[in-house]
Structures are given as structure tokens and as C-alpha cells.
Design a protein around this ligand. Sequence first.
Ligand SMILES: [Zn+2]
Length: 78
Amino acid sequence: MTEIFCPYCDQDIVWRIAFSGERKGVFAHAFCFECDTIWEDGKKIDDLTGLNYEIYMENHGKEADWTIIQRGYPATIK
Ligand SMILES: [Zn+2]
């Protein structure tokens, strides 16, 4: 399996993450900690499908809060 470098910034690998309060052990989303891009709910990770975290949270009517992000494991291409 190959780790995925962020298609937006190419600075770091993409991680599987969960938000606090979501089911334990399930890392449904993907996130780049370098440029704060999120891919929600198993979305294909490419340079068209990601969303800036602040915009993502704004779309959900929330302030961007980095403390709720739980880092799981590197996202990989199967
Ligand atoms: Zn990035």
C-alpha cells in the first residue's frame, strides 16, 4: 500500500482522521495537516475533491476547531 502525498500542497502525507464524538476507531475522513485540506467521509483523495478545513466547518455552521481532530493512520492507495 502506498501513502498518499497531499495533492494540494505536496508537503505531507494525507492522514485518516476522525472528529471527537464520532464512533471510536473509525477514521472516516482524510486530512492534510500541512495545508488543512479535508476529504469528507471516504471521498476519493484528489486535487478536486478536497476542501479547506475552515471553509468545510463554515459550511457546517461551525468555527474551525483543530482540537476535535483525531489523527488515525496514513491514508493509502490500496
Ligand atoms: Zn496539503
